[in-house]
Ligand binder design. Structure first.
Ligand SMILES: NC(=O)C1=CN([C@@H]2O[C@H](COP(=O)(O)OP(=O)(O)OC[C@H]3O[C@@H](n4cnc5c(N)ncnc54)[C@H](OP(=O)(O)O)[C@@H]3O)[C@@H](O)[C@H]2O)C=CC1
Ligand SMILES: O=C(O)[C@@H]1CCC=N1
Length: 261
């Protein structure tokens, strides 16, 4: 029975544990650090193989694989004095924190792997990027979405910045929903319609990728029709160029800084 331990039990870790239960629930025992009391208690109540430990040190002592799920600027405080061992594998979810920096904090752990899962992992969907390759970690995350083993660490950094468009994606959906509601559509109908439309478009995009085909926006609109009109307007005002500029801003954001009070 593999012993998994999580230090930090926030949004992402909850989603990872929900996903893992479906694929590894009968093959692992899970220890949670006690912070985020409500979340860790709820996970322990939901799953028979999940237990809330008394401390982060107890998590590390009792685990073969330790997952770090705190925010980047919480790493130093959260790992200080924890009893890592050479036989352990440490998995870091921390966006923007290098392999070298995590390795230094979890000495003398034998293997350190950076993983970038995303919240849809709860439903076993979406990408999971791993660096470097590691058979234990690949086994744990295989079956939880599209596994991508990065060949170089800089890919992981770039991918974390790319995935910082997730919340804007929902903001875009909500803006469309609000507009439909402003045209007297029932909110439930508008929400169902928009969420389903984006889900279908995502499936078409992945299908095209699997077939090695590009997705050309011009092939997804009626000539002279509504989509073409909307895309031309957004192009004319520079909206698509702004996406690249937003990614530049995201790339420049310092994750490890203390939050401004
Ligand atoms: N959310 C996402 O979609 C993604 C997140 N990530 C990365 O995952 C990490 C977690 O993100 P997210 O789940 O959103 O953040 P959350 O703020 O939801 O979770 C952080 C967790 O760390 C705990 N924590 C803070 N300080 C300590 C400490 N000293 N000792 C033990 N636990 C501590 C918090 O407890 P408490 O609540 O008590 O403060 C909380 O449970 C980040 O590093 C982020 O970069 C990566 C990819 C996607
Ligand atoms: O918003 C964030 O900082 C995290 C890292 C990548 C995706 N979500």
């Amino acid at each position: 029975m593999l012993r998994l331990g999580f230090v930090g039990t926030g949004t992402l870790v909850s989603a990872v544990i929900d996903g893992l239960q479906a694929t590894h629930g009968d093959r692992c025992r899970i220890l949670l650090s006690p912070r985020s009391q409500e979340t860790s208690q709820a996970l322990a109540a939901r799953y028979a193989n999940v237990e809330r430990a008394e401390s982060s040190a107890a998590v590390v002592e009792g685990s073969d694989v330790v997952f770090l799920g705190m925010r980047p600027n919480q790493l130093d405080e959260a790992t200080a004095g924890l009893p890592f061992r050479p036989d352990q594998t440490v998995v870091s979810f921390l966006a923007g924190v290098s392999h070298a920096r995590v390795s230094e904090k979890v000495q003398p752990a034998g293997h350190v792997v950076r993983v970038n899962p995303l919240p849809p992992i709860r439903l076993r969907k979406g990408p999971v990027v791993i660096y470097p390759a590691n058979p234990i970690v690949e086994d744990l995350f295989g079956g939880l979405g599209d596994l991508i083993v990065a060949g170089k660490e800089s890919d992981l950094a770039a991918i974390a910045n790319g995935s910082a468009m997730m919340s804007s994606h929902y903001a875009l959906q909500n803006a469309i929903i609000d507009w439909l509601v402003s045209r007297e559509m029932a909110p439930d109908t508008a929400t169902h319609y928009v969420r389903s439309m984006f889900s279908g478009l995502a499936a078409v995009g992945l299908d095209a990728f699997a077939k090695g085909e590009p997705v050309d926006p011009a092939h997804h609109e009626t000539k002279g029709g509504l989509n073409e009109r909307g895309r031309r307007y957004l192009g004319d005002i520079g909206w698509f160029d702004e996406i690249g500029r937003a990614l530049d801003v995201i790339e420049g954001h310092v994750l490890t800084a203390r939050p401004k009070s």
